[in-house]
Design a protein around this ligand. Structure first.
Ligand SMILES: [Fe+2]
Length: 249
């Protein structure tokens, strides 16, 4: 199993605070049969430089380099105008790929500027955005039109596994998976207390409600994204990740 969104790395953001906690998180993931996890610490372009972030990330990666789970460097990059001061965003992408986990500033209101910024990431930087935790954005969860628009632009959509165990979001999350909107899953784990990794529970729910094939599709997508050979020249990733059925508009 692959976890596409984690805050395992110690002392870099609001995730694990110590090396011990980070190792406990990886052991917890290992017990859930997670073999690979993408480390996606927050990067806020308005709070610090990319260089400092990358340095902190590489130190934090070293602290957990004996983990039983294969850890892959990445980031959860906050969409902000300062991001566009950089000439290259590839260092923030999932290691050796051009996939970038992106989060929006506002969870309650949809800002049309987001689409323009995503277009710039795709068109100018030749980066494929993965929209982090779509379940946390009310406008996205309520609008298939917006979700379609994002997918047609070339974004992949990631759902947090916690959305499947939360009674407020479970039905809608399952429906979006069933209809093919969700491309990737991630635990977005921060700690073992109130934001633990819960991939195993999500697997059980998906198996039970949607069947094994659906789970396999999501894991195959994850595998395709993290495989370095899938670095694309073209930002049109819908065609590249062939197992994702295109949405009919
Ligand atoms: Fe996150």
């Amino acid at each position: 199993m692959i976890d596409m969104h984690t805050h395992i790395l110690p002392g870099i953001d609001d995730g694990a605070t110590t090396q011990e906690e980070a190792i406990m998180l990886t052991e917890y993931l290992h017990r859930q049969q997670v073999t690979q996890a993408v480390c996606t610490p927050h990067f806020y372009p308005m709070e610090g430089t990319m260089e400092d972030f990358l340095l902190s990330r590489s130190k934090a990666m070293e602290a957990v380099n004996h983990s039983k789970v294969h850890l892959i460097a990445g980031s959860e990059t906050y969409l902000h105008k300062y991001l566009f001061h950089y000439t290259d965003l590839r260092p923030l992408c999932i290691e050796n790929t051009n996939y970038l986990l992106v989060e929006f500033p506002d969870m309650k209101v949809w800002n049309m500027e987001y689409m323009n910024e995503l277009e710039e990431i795709i068109g100018y930087y030749n980066i494929n955005p993965i929209i982090a935790h779509i379940d946390r954005y009310k406008p996205l969860m309520r609008s298939r039109k917006l979700l379609k628009e994002l997918k047609l632009k070339g974004c992949l959509l990631q759902l947090n596994t916690s959305a499947l165990s939360d009674s407020g979001t479970k039905r809608r999350a399952l429906r979006l998976i069933e209809e093919g909107y969700v491309d990737l899953l991630g635990s977005d784990c921060h700690n073992l207390s109130y934001r633990p990794p819960n991939i195993k529970e999500a697997r059980k729910i998906i198996f039970h409600k949607l069947g094994e094939d659906t789970w396999d599709r999501l894991m195959i997508n994850a595998k395709k994204v993290i495989e370095p050979k899938n670095i694309l020249e073209s930002p049109k990733i819908i065609e590249a990740v062939t197992v994702i059925e295109p949405i009919k508009v």
